[in-house]
Design a protein around this ligand. Structure first.
Ligand SMILES: [Zn+2]
Length: 90
């Protein structure tokens, strides 16, 4: 039987102030062919010291949570452009 989708975790991630969007995908990333999770961060935040990385992609809730604990402010060019767009109300 296929591993269940972690709807509660998805709802929790989507409610996170630094998360723009969280969703699952059967993309073969998980070793058991179950759902893998994508978590896109809001502009101005990046994942654990990797410049320009703004999405978390992990096959388990535990691993997504670990990455979410490791997010940091990001001022890469992409984030600057996105944040300028927001302040200009575009
Ligand atoms: Zn950035």
């Amino acid at each position: 039987m296929a591993r269940a989708i972690a709807h509660k975790a998805l709802a929790r991630w989507n409610a996170h102030p630094r998360v723009a969007d969280a969703y699952f995908e059967y993309d073969g990333w998980a070793a058991d062919d179950g759902p893998a999770y994508w978590v896109a961060l809001v502009p101005g935040w990046g994942v654990g010291g990797e410049a320009g990385l703004h999405t978390i992609h992990e096959p388990s809730v535990r691993e997504v949570d670990a990455k979410l604990r490791d997010i940091e402010p990001c001022d890469c060019f992409n984030c600057q452009v996105q944040l300028n767009k927001q302040t200009q109300g575009a």
